[in-house]
Ligand binder design. Sequence first.
Ligand code: E4P
Length: 218
Amino acid sequence: MQFFVDTADVGEIKALTETGMLDGVTTNPSLIMKAGRPMLDVIAEIADLVEGPVSAEVTATEADQMVAEGEKLAGIAPNIAVKLPLTWDGLKACRRLTGDGHMVNVTLCFSAAQALLAAKAGATFISPFIGRLDDIGLDGMKLIEDIRAIYDNYEDLETQILAASVRTVDHVQQAAIAGADVATLPPAVLSKLIEHPLTDKGLAQFLTDWKKTGQSIL
Ligand code: E4P
C-alpha cells in the first residue's frame, strides 16, 4: 500500500519525507486555504519535495475550464495528478486529460457506482471518502470493499483506489485489508501508525537490562 499525505503544509511534508514512507501528496482547496499561501507556489514546492504523485485540484466546474486549469496545474511538474470532482463535467475532463497523458485523481467519491464511472473515464486514482461517510452514520470501509470487488471483476479497469478522508489508524489498517492501493493520511495519522504501548514498554525493558550487562556494541 502506498501512503500519501493529505496536507498543503510544506513544512509538514518536508518532515514526513524523512520517514522514507511518503509516496505522494494530496491537496484540496480547503487545505490550500488553511496553508494561507498561493496555490501554484505551494504545489510547485511540494512537487519538488516528493517524487510521487501530487494531487492539485481544479476549481472550475465546467469541463473546458477544468481541462484548461488541469493543463496549467499539470504543467507545474511531471508528478502532478490533476484532481477533478466526481461530476459529469469532471468525468469529461478526466477522459481528456488522461487521454493527453496526465494523471487524474477523481475526488469526492461516495458510491461504488461513481467509482465505476471514474474508472470508465480512465481515472488514474479514485478517492472514496471514508470518514465523511462514517460521519453521517454510513460505513465508509464498505465502500472501499465494494469498489475493490467491482474493479477486480474487470481486467480493463486500471484505476487505483485511493482511500481518502482517513481519520484513524484503524481506517488505514482496514483499507489495507480491503485492498486499497493507496491511503492519503492526515500527517497526525501517518505519525501515529508506528505507535504501540507494548513497543515502548518492551524497548524500555531491553535498554534497562542491557545497561545492567555493562556492555557496549561499539
Ligand atoms: C482527499 O484527497 C481529500 O483531500 C481528503 O482526504 C478529505 O478529507 P476530510 O474529509 O478529512 O476533509
